[in-house]
Structures are given as structure tokens and as C-alpha cells.
Design a protein around this ligand. Sequence first.
Ligand code: GLC
Length: 467
Amino acid sequence: MNRRTFLATSGALAATPSLAPRLLAASAPAATPKAPPAPAAPKLSPRFGDGRDWWFDRRFGMFAHWGLYAIDGWHEQDQWRRRIPRADYVKLAQRWNPVKFNPDAWLDAAEGAGMKYICLTTKHHDGFCLFESKHTRYHSVNTPYGKDVVRQLADACHRRAFPLCLYYSIADWHHPNYPNQGRHHELPPQAGDDPSLPKYLEFLKAQVRELCTNYGEIHGFWWDMNVDKHVDRSINATIRQLQPKAVINDRGFDEGDFGTPERDFTKEGALSPSFEKRTEACQSIGMESWGWRNDEDYYADRHIFRSIARYLARDANYLLNVGPKPDGTLPAEALGFLRRTGAWYHRVKEALDGARPCSHLTANRDVLLTRRGNSLYVILQAEPKGDAVKLKPLAQLPRRATLLNTGAPLPCSLDPVPSEHGDQGRYLRLTKLPVNEQANTVLVAKLEFDQLPEVLGPAKESGASIR
Ligand code: GLC
């Protein structure tokens, strides 16, 4: 199929008849190599069609890992990783007293960063509960602090209509009935253990009921670490019945509502233009841990911005994690990170929040494209190699091009470039990007077109440019 037939048969021309003659006239000479088939537009993941659809309007959230491990600045998995006997670890509860905890300060920081929901570890692997429970004494009310952390956060969230999701670890290093076998994320057998999956599930189900009935409206349930992959559909069914707006992740007792690629570990779909399955990626600002840890190593801003953009630009959600300190405040590193994230995100968010994935419009895999009406957004997802971006086979000049990071107009043109002599084409090229001046960020350009078809062919005009 030559370019003429490719364009003539593409659905885009039928959809935009006024452009057809111009694009056809632009066909290259007969000697031109065969054009590759037009890539399909990325599919959007299915909406729920019910109260859970809030999740598609609020795509960027805060994750908070908080628990006893913060007291001495340990890694959140140190009880397991350093083989700390349960009898020693539990003593930390006598020192849990986060007197400076102010949930509104957390939410202000989240909102400042552009985040629109929050997910808190109500019980991490160590088994310590940040909520009052009738089914264990190992909880935050039964400490010098004497208060229910989840209650305070839930109240603050409700006051500002900020969705709250609850993380809950299935692996439990405290409960004697947890079916410990010394697998990954499980302790070696401890004194007093009485491993029994049925008994443990009874406890877990009772706690799920508490979490889903004691704190008003909950917007999500975030399971973690179902080590033996036990399936029990009744558990999510209970959550859905009690909390119809709650989205549920895929790490629990059935496949849930969405997938959870973590950090940079998940290669699956890393470069696909969109996701088959609803997706919420999660990443921590700390390179080693999710909770607050002494002497933590932190990611570079740009690494995180890229990661955020890589998911939001592909119709996915993103949870960025911070670990609060033992006194209840967010550490200076986290506050700084959130401030810088907000400064970047608020400038570029129109390209990410609610824009449609559109990367099929270019063969350039160093960028991601999104679209909103007749505006196309170009997100530099790879380390920029230079100060220009070529968007072959896009060959239409926008009415206006703006670098969202600075608000400055961006020169762009349809000049032929030497490296594209092969097909004599003139493709859209953005130039003079401030790649050196704006080195620790992710650049995002907005291109406003008069009319933007689904698939663009080569231009017939020569030497067009806007500067
Ligand atoms: C991993 C870690 C855990 C963390 C979680 C967040 O499962 O084991 O510490 O809570 O990732 O996704």
C-alpha cells in the first residue's frame, strides 16, 4: 500500500473530509518507500459507569506510609528484613505519640502539589493499626497518643470533599493467626503463633467492616501483599456493598478494579501508548523506602516528574508516596518535593489531567502526546537529546505553540531537515527548547491547531513556520 492508498483508506480522512484533498495532494512520489500502517489510537480503559468514576476525574493522588517504623526512622519492612522479634518490635507502640499530626497540613501539601485524593496505610505489614479496632489492641488509640489517626484524616478529608482511600496489608507480622510460613514478606514462626487462614480471614473481614462503616464515605480500598494469592470474592463484595464509590486495587482477594505497577520495577506496558487495564501507578519519593527513614536517598525531581507524566499521559492514575515523621509532620524533603512537584504540575497539568492519550500521531517514542479538542500536547518523556523535537509524520503547523513550563511561545516549523531527506517530507519540528535552562524538569509543549485530524499526513506547503 503506498502513502496515497494509506491516507485514502484511513478512517481519519472520512472523519475530516475538508482535509482530505490537501493531504492526498501531498503524497510523495511513487518511489517513496511504503508507509507503515497507521497506528491505532490508544484505547481508553473502561469507565465504571457508577460512583467509582470519581477516580477518572482525580488522577493524581498522595500515598502516605505511616506507622511504628517511623519512630526510629526505620525502613517500613525492617521488622521482617532485620528479623526483629515480634516481642521487641511491639514495644514501639508504647512510644507512638505523633503530637504534631495535623491532617489538614498533609492535605494542604497534597493539594498544593496538584493531588486530588489520598491513600493512607491503615495497617502495614507490621500489623499496627492506625485505627481503633475491636479485634486487636495493637492500634493507635491504645498508645500514649490515644487517638484514631484514620478518624482524624477521614474527618479532614470529608470537610474538604477530598477522597480518602485505605491501604490495608494482608501480610501481618503481628497477628498470631496470620498463616506465616516464612515466605517473602512473612516472619519466621514466632512464639505464640497459631497460623490459621480461616481464623485470620475472620479477623481481616471484621476489620474491613470496621474500616468501611466507621469513617463515613471511603473512596478506595488498597490491598497489599496477599502472599499466598488466596482468592475470596466475598471480601471485595462486602467493600462494594458498604462503600459503592470505593475503587479496589488488584492486590487483594480478586482482580479488583485496577492494576498497580510499582516504582520503575514494572516493565509490563512501560512503552505501550495506553493500558488495557485500568491502572494506578505508585512511586515513593524515597528511593529505598515508603515510610520516613533516617538517611533516606531521594529521587531527582525530574525522575519523578517523568514517571508521573508517563502514566497520566496514558489514561492512568498516579499515587506519589511520602512518609510522615514520627511527630506527625511531613519531612522537609517531602514538603520540598511536593512544592516543586506542584510548581511543575500546575503549569503543565492541562496536558496530563483529563487529556486523551494520542501518542499514535507520531513515531517519535521520546515523547508522549495527548490531546484536548484541537490542542495537542507534547511531553518530553525521555532525556532530551537536543533542543529540537521532530514529530514525524505530523505535518501540520499549529496556529500557536507554547511551552507550558514557562508560558513562552515556542518556534516550530515544517522545514525539511537533513536527516529526513529519505522521503523528502516536511514534518513538524519544535525548536529552541530550553533544555539546558530547564534541566531538572519535564518539558511540555501545547500546540493549538485550527483543526486537528486523527491522523496527519505529510505537508504539501514548503517552508512554513511560526516563530
Ligand atoms: C511494596 C512494599 C510495601 C509498600 C508497597 C507499596 O509492596 O512491600 O512496603 O507498602 O510496595 O506499593
